[in-house]
Design a protein around this ligand. Structure first.
Ligand SMILES: Nc1c(N[C@@H]2O[C@H](COP(=O)(O)O)[C@@H](O)[C@H]2O)[nH]c(=O)[nH]c1=O
Length: 159
């Protein structure tokens, strides 16, 4: 089976980076993965003040709009680091919240697709030809957490 998700209020909406699941990374608390991800576009730039602004806006959509503002200075290495930054955010989200971790694990080996009509990088785009990096990342997080849990169980048995 293939699982499609996009809007928070629709099935599997907890897989969206817009879902209201806070994460804490390096002592900073982010309301959503989207807040965290968008703010990191400005690390080390002359627009660094925007990081705090994005952190404090009340919705992930506001965070996304600020982060996507092309009149602002994005870090020059963004394309090289964005996967790594997203990985940290998404993994932390599913390690922090046991209820949605269970939903992710219960998807078994199903393919997961971010059914975004506009995003051909993180999602599948309108015509399904997109790269679906967020869906792929969620499947990798699922695998990573399974291995992590298996190792923890082995340690318990070894005692
Ligand atoms: N879920 C969701 C979106 N998708 C999210 O947008 C982010 C990509 O942003 P960027 O790299 O700036 O293009 C990434 O987290 C992707 O999952 N976008 C939306 O406008 N609405 C939404 O409900």
């Amino acid at each position: 089976m293939t699982i499609y998700f996009y809007k928070v209020e629709e099935p599997y909406g907890c897989f969206s980076n817009f879902s209201p699941h806070p994460i804490q990374i390096d002592g900073w608390c982010w309301q959503t993965v989207e807040h965290y991800y968008q703010a990191h576009k400005f690390v080390g730039t002359t627009d660094e003040a925007l990081i705090r602004t994005i952190k404090n806006v009340s919705t992930p959509m506001e965070a996304a709009l600020l982060g996507r503002d092309r009149t602002r200075n994005h870090r020059p290495d963004w394309e090289q680091v964005k996967q790594q930054i997203m990985w940290r955010g998404v993994l932390t989200k599913f390690l922090t919240h046991p209820d949605i971790q269970q939903i992710l694990l219960n998807t078994g080996e199903d393919v997961i697709v971010e059914d975004s009509p506009t995003d051909y990088y993180w999602g599948c785009g309108e015509d399904q030809t997109g790269e679906n990096h967020l869906g792929k990342m969620l499947m990798n997080v699922r695998q990573h957490i399974r291995q992590h849990l298996a190792q923890a169980n082995c340690k318990l048995v070894d005692r």
